[in-house]
Design a protein around this ligand. Structure first.
Ligand code: ME8
Length: 530
């Protein structure tokens, strides 16, 4: 069985997550589900990035320990992914011993490779904020966070010889352009590297909420070295002599050998640099194979600005799910935005997507088909014996071709294009109802066989649609299959087979997506922001 390893960034548990974070995780989830359906042995990893000065400060301000602070937020994040039915296989927290011990080991390996040296870190220090800033980061010569004056300070720190890796990284992009997608990000990173790479300060001594540097007391490992390592520590790499407390006793390297190198690290555009410059350089130094791909997505914007925790302009996914359901939210995020580009979030676009594509197009197709099957045949339809008519053959031909088109779009994370392909079949099926006019056929007893063939054709199309939408909206898949009367789990291979079922026994249920009153919903969503 071929393996597939996909990761999301590990999120900072500085405050609860918003719809921007769910965007990335929903894409990773759809891809993981798609690959599983296509027969891959999938490892889907997510988690939380819990160390660093920012978290320490937030905890201090809240009057709790950093661990207590992150524990509360991580519990909410896990609950959110539960509510959204994110199908991750492992959730790694950087405060877990299985991660911490391995990060120290990685640090030692890079040190032994001769790529870590002790030096002096110099920068502009803001004492109240306990933060270093570079010349560029200062605002009018003052601290960009609090606006107070800064002073020139220096301290001892460990550095990673990142500058030594510039040529190797450029060669990597050149030899394997697929390593960093989309191309626009690759061009950006190429220019960034060419402008000159400086060695990287990989330890801090001004705060202590981090993994201790193994060589010396009083220093903690830079949070990005700590965080990036999660992609391999979660696989049990490197092996820790004597084992790790709380780890499966004989886990060994089985997972690492099965899943590493990762097929893709899915990340937001602002952290592409960490994943495509720092991470491969660290891996090269430690003698570990590189991930196959880093793929940078765009941001969801709200009123022109990035939705962000620090700006406080968050859209709460939990409230949207409570009102519209998980499938509707996932569909909207995957259908509305183009991978790699920024997209504007508005309540209106979301309501219109749910109403138009889901309630009107898909929901109606299911309820009309099941309704007519029940009305004209008591819910029981058999496969027609005689040959198909032209309209049926056209729909059948279209239907069996969609899966391959979806597969092509999924290769480039083109979720919106994949869903648009599936909706050509939904629309064609609705059009087929208008063209065949089953209600007219029903009036003529002599045309009963034709009527049955029409309904069978529609049910076959719905069965194929139920498989095609499974990676994106698995609840709808299950409900559609229940209503049309298909047993067993969806199997991707069945989406390309026409005439698979010999009978259908339908049982009409509640509408898949109830039609929304746009004005009322917009007023409701507005009221949430007040
Ligand atoms: O960067 N639209 O964590 P984070 C789309 N801990 N994506 C968004 C977004 C928005 N409005 N806001 C945030 C970190 N994101 C590090 C990662 S990985 C080893 C360490 C995305 O919680 C953002 O682009 O600040 C990023 O990819 C992810 O959420 C995590 O952001």
């Amino acid at each position: 069985m071929k393996s597939y390893y996909i990761t999301t960034p590990i999120y900072y548990p500085s405050s609860n997550l918003h719809i921007g974070h769910t965007y990335c995780t929903v894409m990773a989830d759809a891809m993981a589900r798609f690959k599983r359906l296509a027969g891959f042995d999938v490892m889907f990893l997510t988690g939380t990035d819990e160390h660093g000065q920012k978290i320490q400060r937030l905890a201090e301000a809240a009057g709790v320990t950093p661990q207590a602070y992150v524990d509360g937020i991580v519990a909410n994040i896990i609950k959110l992914w539960g509510t959204m039915e994110i199908s991750y296989d492992d959730f790694i927290r950087t405060t877990e011993p299985r991660h911490q011990l391995r990060v120290q080991e990685i640090f030692k390996r890079i040190y032994e490779a001769g790529d870590i040296y002790k030096g002096t870190y110099e920068g502009w220090y803001c004492t109240p904020c306990e933060s270093y800033w570079t010349d560029k980061q200062l605002v009018d010569g003052n601290c960009p966070d609090c606006g107070r004056p800064v002073e020139r300070m220096q301290e001892e720190a460990y550095f990673f010889r990142l500058s030594e890796y510039a040529d190797k990284l450029l060669a990597l992009y050149e030899d394997d352009p697929g390593f960093l997608e989309p191309e626009s990000r690759r061009n950006e990173m190429t220019a960034f590297i060419k402008s000159g790479l400086e060695d990287l300060n990989i330890s801090r001594s001004s705060f202590d909420w981090g993994i201790p540097v193994p060589l010396e007391e009083g220093q903690v490992i830079y949070v990005w070295l700590d965080a990036l390592s999660n992609y391999i520590t979660a696989l049990g790499y490197p092996v820790i002599e004597g084992g790790v407390p709380g780890d499966t006793p004989d886990a060994g390297l089985a997972k690492y050998e099965k899943y590493w190198p990762a097929d893709v690290h899915l990340v937001g555009k602002e952290i592409v640099r960490f994943h495509s410059v720092i991470w491969p350089a660290l891996l090269m130094s430690a003698g570990i194979p590189l991930p196959k791909q880093v793929r940078g997505h765009g941001w969801l914007l709200l009123d022109g600005g990035k939705i962000s925790k620090s700006k406080g302009n968050v859209v709460d996914p939990v409230l949207l799910i409570e009102r519209y359901g998980v499938d509707a939210l996932k569909y909207f995020l995957l259908r509305e935005y183009t991978f790699g580009q920024d997209g504007l979030y508005t309540n209106e676009t979301m309501i219109n997507r749910i109403n138009g594509d889901l309630a009107n197009d898909l929901g109606n197709l299911l309820s009309r088909t099941c309704g007519m099957t029940e009305k004209y045949f008591g819910g029981h339809v058999t496969k027609p014996a005689q040959g198909e008519e032209k309209l049926d053959a056209c729909l059948a031909e279209l239907a069996v071709q969609v899966a391959a088109k979806v597969e092509t779009h999924m290769e480039t994370f083109g979720f919106n294009h994949a869903l648009a392909e599936i909706w050509t079949l939904v629309s064609a099926s609705n059009k087929y109802i208008d063209e065949t006019q089953p209600w007219a056929l029903a009036k003529d007893e002599a045309r009963r066989a034709r009527l049955e063939a029409v309904l069978y054709t529609l049910l076959e199309s719905l069965r194929i649609i139920s498989v095609l939408i499974c990676p994106f909206m698995h609840h709808s898949t299950e409900e559609m299959r229940r209503q049309i009367g298909v047993s067993g789990e969806a199997d991707w291979a069945d989406a390309s087979v026409w005439g698979k079922e010999s009978v259908y026994d339908t049982s009409k249920g509640a509408s898949l997506f109830p039609r929304l009153d746009v004005a009322a919903e917009l007023a409701y969503l507005e009221s949430l922001g007040e």
